[in-house]
Design a protein around this ligand. Structure first.
Ligand SMILES: *[C@@H]1O[C@H](CO)[C@@H](O)[C@H](O)[C@H]1NC(C)=O
Ligand SMILES: *[C@@H]1O[C@H](CO)[C@@H](O)[C@H](O)[C@H]1NC(C)=O
Ligand SMILES: *[C@@H]1O[C@H](CO)[C@@H](O)[C@H](O)[C@H]1NC(C)=O
Length: 487
């Protein structure tokens, strides 16, 4: 790889046919390689292609959020989130969709660009929940809010909010994650159809440990009689011989629609004070009222309700780990639940679940900031083959911690083994000081890429929005010496 091109490369989500796609948290942008014309897909609902400065426009759906090229560059998919907006007194809540654009190999200003929309209409016909939807709901599929602020019933399609895409190496199947719906949909690209919606189910935390409080001044990983929604976001496709797997980051997502003034979450203690939680478990009730236990945790105002509309089973957001699922039937042979928080406590306890708060704070004083919301908040991943081994790299978005797991195939599935943990940023100086000195590390990780080089070591590229940085890590298979990174 050429040194000078590294920064541009890293900020991209995709590079194909002379196009570079740049992504920020809230919008995507398509540029030509010479830094030429660009358009903001979020604002204009269209993408611009620039084959030699005569721009071709393609209309996409509302609020494009992710974009992926198929391996042969012939197909480009765009995930359109379609959140509601308010114009004057009117609400507009477009359907969440995926746009498919066919790119001819010799793209020129006269090229016809064929685009089509893959919608959820076929999967969910009609406004009222059908039997299929009831079945999905039993496995924690969700679509909220049910009505807009003017009391109009919303369709399920309006509440489907696609976020991230992954395309199969063959280019005929794709998956789109729907974290707010706690689901992932399979798209059959030849027919522009949503062929399955897989609900992501729930996790009981009685036998797993999480740290839900930022007010106890210490890491207390404990089990509680609560549940969580996996809410996968980022996905990676792994092929091993005849087997295909999807690695999902079960990051979680809190839903807040500013146009509707709608939120699907509140702190457990506030919910409890309002009398909206009706549990017969008195120990849990005491924990929900205690800020050093579950009181600070964001819990769902929608899931786990009894017939009277009160919360009987308390749900929080995200799986705080990752899953490896069979790409064909989406069964879950392997889920990593609490080892991400456990290993963080072991090696980086001083910046456990930290997140940039105020400029004058330090990563250590902001420790546990994300404990009540999404915990380790895994926001990006990259999978690489190194020395005959499959390696999974994941980034804890807010804390700037990188996790490395080895994925070893056994008879049935890919088994993950914790390998090592890394963090480059300062922990003691203020965020402001370390940012100014270029020592913030990787904070606000948006993207990771594994790049094989002609040199001896492959490179892991980590792009981060808060630290405004691109980091390169040389990959070497050395015994992990925890002492060298303990802070
Ligand atoms: C793109 O549009 C979004 C939403 O309107 C806006 O927040 C963002 O600043 C725009 N970005 C650019 C580069 O124009
Ligand atoms: C959790 O998932 C299981 C399996 O899908 C389901 O039977 C159970 O009702 C769910 N629990 C809750 C509290 O939603
Ligand atoms: C809150 O929880 C902590 C930790 O378990 C416990 O020590 C404390 O006594 C509890 N406070 C109340 C008021 O129950």
């Amino acid at each position: 790889m050429q040194g000078g091109s590294v920064a541009v490369f890293a900020a991209c989500v995709a590079v194909c046919s002379g196009f570079i796609v740049l992504k920020d948290k809230e919008y995507i942008q398509l540029n030509d390689r010479n830094g030429g014309k660009s358009l903001n897909a979020s604002t204009y609902n269209r993408l611009a292609f620039d084959p030699k400065h005569s721009i071709l426009y393609v209309t996409v759906g509302a609020e494009a959020i992710d974009i992926k090229f198929a391996q042969d560059c012939g197909i480009l998919l765009v995930a359109n989130r379609g959140r509601p907006t308010k114009e004057g007194r009117d609400y507009r809540d477009p359907q969440g969709t995926v746009s498919k654009i066919l790119l001819p190999a010799d793209l020129n200003p006269d090229s016809p660009l064929t685009s089509s929309t893959i919608s959820f209409n076929g999967a969910f016909a009609g406004d009222f929940p059908s039997e299929d939807v009831m079945e999905l709901r039993e496995k924690n599929f969700r679509y909220y809010p049910l009505r807009d602020p003017q009391n109009n019933l919303l369709t399920i399609m309006q509440n489907m909010e696609p976020e991230r895409l992954v395309i199969s190496p063959s280019g005929n199947i794709a998956f789109v994650s729907l974290p707010k719906n706690n689901a992932i949909a399979r798209l059959t690209l030849d027919f522009d159809q949503v062929t399955r919606v897989f609900p992501m189910g729930n996790r009981s935390w009685t036998n797993y440990h999480l740290d839900p409080s930022d007010k106890d001044n210490e890491i207390n990983l404990r089990g509680y009689n609560i549940y969580s929604l996996s809410q996968a976001t980022e996905m990676a496709w792994i092929t091993k011989g005849n087997d295909e797997w999807i690695v999902t980051l079960d990051t979680g997502k809190l839903n807040y629609h500013s146009a509707y003034g709608y939120a699907d979450h509140d702190r457990a203690k506030a919910m409890s004070a309002k009398g909206s939680i009706a549990t017969s478990d008195s120990k849990l009730q005491a924990q929900l009222n205690n800020d050093t236990e579950l009181g600070r945790l964001f819990v769902s105002t929608e899931d786990g309700k009894n017939n009277a509309g009160n919360i009987e089973n308390v749900f929080t957001f995200g799986g705080r780990g990752f899953g490896i699922r069979d790409a064909n039937n989406f069964e879950t042979p392997t889920v990593v639940v609490d080892s991400v928080e456990t290993e963080t406590e072991r090696y980086f306890s001083s910046v456990f679940n930290t997140a940039f708060g105020k400029q004058g704070n330090t990563p250590q004083t902001d420790k546990e900031a994300t404990s009540p919301s999404l915990g380790p908040e895994l926001t990006a991943q990259a999978v690489g083959e190194y020395d005959g081994k499959t390696v999974l790299f994941m980034g804890g978005g807010s804390s700037g911690i990188l996790y490395v797991f080895m994925l070893s195939p056994d008879a049935r599935c890919l088994q993950p083994y914790f390998h090592s943990i890394h963090r480059r940023g300062d922990t003691l100086s203020t965020w402001q000081t370390s940012y100014a000195a270029g020592k913030m590390g990787d904070i606000g990780i948006t993207d990771m890429m594994f790049i094989e080089t002609t040199e001896i070591r492959p490179i892991l590229v980590v792009a981060a929005a808060t630290s405004n940085s691109v980091s390169l890590y040389g990959i070497a298979d050395e015994a992990f010496t925890p002492g060298s990174v303990r802070t």
